[in-house]
Design a protein around this ligand. Structure first.
Ligand SMILES: *Cc1c(COP(=O)(O)O)cnc(C)c1O
Length: 326
């Protein structure tokens, strides 16, 4: 995302609109360039950035929008793309959760945006240990990313058939980074990529199983994609309703006592010291992100999970939610 924003010309003093309901990576890359994130609250139903709130966050300094397809559900991209067009803004999609996800039948990565960036970190839907992928539309932007990902070296001179310079010759054209993926990671990725759709199918089945098993409980189930669209189901998040007598934190403790690890995605950025203090943010500045955070639990969901594992999670959740804790 840093490479993509750099290649798109985002620089010092610019503003980039994004969601507080994300991992810090989404916003930190904006700071790497001396630009500033401007947070826009989420829609409590989709958990994605609320397109209706974006326009009022735009200033003369706004240069880009980073929508995050949270948990693997596509953002409502039509209004976001329309706003970007109207104000001449770039769009860099944070697709760390969304391989594969579709929006109105089109794969995320093929929409009319400037860049789509995937993560293949170990927890994501496909994994290479560390690494990621940028999908770009514009050949010049792609060229800039290729140069900047490896020390600002212009690789064009390496073509031994067309180069007029000797093979050892190269040119440094910018102070680049070392953001190359290792060959070992890439070889894992080639094979993982072939399995992406099968993983997604399995995750969808597991999500449906949870939905069914929790349908009578006082919990808000995760938002769904349109029936014709793919949800990557990177995360399965339930929200405890107010009538559940125990807190979210207590719920996670009780699950842990039963040997089941749960998590929270994410502590909204505006609650973290760096973002809070740098931009003088208050918890209530993003009431939807805050409310979701306080009641959300990510339940175990991984492709190697067996039916028995899932039954165990379901029984534990039902017992804790219905029993009210102890
Ligand atoms: C994991 C994640 C990232 C960062 O991915 P890395 O490959 O670990 O740098 C970015 N955005 C979101 C929303 C993520 O969950």
């Amino acid at each position: 995302m840093h490479l993509a924003l750099e290649a798109l010309g985002i620089g010092a003093g610019d503003e980039v609109i994004t969601t507080p309901h994300t991992f810090t990576a989404t916003a930190e890359v904006i700071r790497y360039l001396g630009a500033h994130p401007v947070f826009v609250d989420i829609d409590q139903n989709t958990l994605n950035i609320d397109p209706l709130r974006i326009e009022s966050a735009i200033t003369p300094r706004t240069k880009a929008i980073i929508p995050v397809h949270f948990a693997g559900l596509a953002c409502d991209m039509d209004p976001i793309m329309a706003i970007a067009k109207k104000y001449g803004l770039k769009i860099v999609e944070d697709a760390a959760h969304s391989l594969p996800t579709t929006y109105h039948g089109k794969l995320v990565g093929t929409l009319e945006t400037d860049a789509t960036v995937y993560s293949f970190y170990v927890t994501k839907t496909i994994a290479t240990g560390e690494g990621g992928m940028i999908v770009l539309r514009d050949a010049e932007i792609a060229k800039r990313c290729r140069v900047m990902r490896l020390h600002g070296i212009n690789r064009d001179v390496f073509n031994r058939y067309t180069a007029t310079k000797p093979s050892w010759h190269y040119e440094v054209v910018a102070p680049g980074f070392k953001y190359n993926m290792t060959d070992v990671a890439a070889s894992l990725g080639i094979h993982q990529l072939k399995k992406a759709r099968a993983f997604q199918k399995r995750r969808t089945e597991m999500a449906a199983y949870y939905d069914e098993a929790f349908s009578d409980l006082p919990v808000t189930l995760p938002p769904k994609a349109q029936e014709y669209d793919l949800h990557a189901w990177h995360l399965y998040i339930v929200r405890l309703k107010p009538e559940v007598s125990i807190s979210r934190d207590r719920f996670i403790e009780l699950m842990a006592e039963k040997g089941i690890g749960c998590s929270v995605h994410f502590i909204p950025l505006h609650l973290h010291p760096y973002w809070r203090d740098t931009y003088n943010l208050k918890p209530q500045d993003f009431p939807n992100a805050l409310a979701v955070y306080e009641r959300a639990v990510s339940l175990p969901l991984y492709t190697k999970m067996t039916e028995k594992d899932q039954v165990r999670v379901v029984e534990a959740v039902r017992e804790i939610v219905l029993g009210g804790g102890s």
